[in-house]
Design a protein around this ligand. Sequence first.
Ligand code: AMP
Ligand code: ZN
Length: 469
Amino acid sequence: MGAPSLYNTLTRSVEPFQPLAPPRVTLYTCGPTVWNYAHIGNFRTFLFEDLLRRWLEHSGFDVFHIMNLTDVDDRVIKAAAAAGKRLTEHTEPFAQAFFEDRDYLRIKPAHVYPRATQYIPQMIALIERLLERGVAYKGDDGSVYFALAKFPKYGRLSRLDTRQIKVGARVASDEYAKDDPSDFALWKKADAEDESVGAAWDAPFGRGRPGWHLECSAMSLDEIERRFGAQTLDIHCGGIDLIFPHHEDEIAQSEGATGQPFARFWLHGEFLNVRGTKMSKRFGNFLTARDLREQGVDAAAVRLLFWQSHYRQPFDFNDEALGGATEGVRRLGEFHERLKTSGGDLPELVKKLEAEFTAALDDDLDAPRAVAALFEFVRAGNRELDRVTSTKGTGARAAFERVAGLLDVLPTPKAVEPALAGWVAERLAARSQARKSKDFKAADAIRAELRGRGVEIEDTPQGTKWRVA
Ligand code: AMP
Ligand code: ZN
């Protein structure tokens, strides 16, 4: 197994990563709130998590990836009420849209996508555990709160100055500022709006609905307890805006209930900005993945663009940068074609590429350095191929495909019209016939005919493959 190092927000340092029970890695990433379409800022975080997942798997780990869908919280309820819909009726199309966008961006699907509304019994059980252990209490407003004073470790992740905690002060909303640490709601008494959208459930401590922070604790603990008998995650991820209060509160609730560390590594991705301001629905400066898809942007360019900055650095989105990444993807595609026809082995360059690529990603997922190594390989490879003519082996192509495939930045093949596909199938059958009867002249003529219509073919042990160049 490889030995990646990762920056752990908990210790504020880069540490060698080892899971509790190798080779398995339990990875929990806070998923989208499906009140609306996710924007590409959200997807910057999901893409950094995709790279983490791919690199861990490449390093030999067996990753179990859990990503929740937040389908009930303050924002979802407000949006559903405004649309005059029931909760699920409102969220389901956005959940489906999220999966479509994920596939467009070539993000590997998580192994499970727990939805908050389907884990209400587990959330109720978790609150009961916290009440029993005396770290939660029922407020006089009918809601249940976490008692910060009963959990001295509160604030470790966000390095909160615990002197700021006002004992007994309470906060019911899902989002609040760091200078306002208070007892937060685990369960909120149902009001008329909750009832109107179907966001209210019966519980021993009163009819209500879960707080957002509680949802992630309950879903992640349930998944790892049930599947692996574990109470500690190997890695927990999200964007940096989740450090406080969301992840801080998740730690308090989970550790308050189990007495075990909740997660060993906490990884947080920096923001995607627009002219220095966080991309956000609230500021109206957002772009969705579907906007880009409709503009005909190749997902490979979006991926390459994001890999050009380190996940812990803020990154400013603009059209020139996306244009540059599009051009980069085109160059990668061109070089890939060259390697297919006359690649050779280029052993020195391959060795350098693989060493640099591995060193970069092992060093806290240094994607910009990995991308630089890939483009250096393209430059040096082109020079080398210009110089030598006889290039037999396929070593260079295999290495290039391994590296570009892990980053998943090769151009998306163009869609093929059914009529063209039918014609190609017919011509390939004729060529195969010609080759069988050793009429190589006819076979070559058909290859030329195909090329005339932009179709490149390649004979492999599995048969003849083709694509539109
Ligand atoms: P939400 O759907 O709002 O719950 O957010 C989903 C994920 O996107 C969370 O991990 C957030 O931290 C992250 N996120 C939100 N805005 C941005 C942004 N502008 N750049 C990067 N990540 C973001
Ligand atoms: Zn979460």
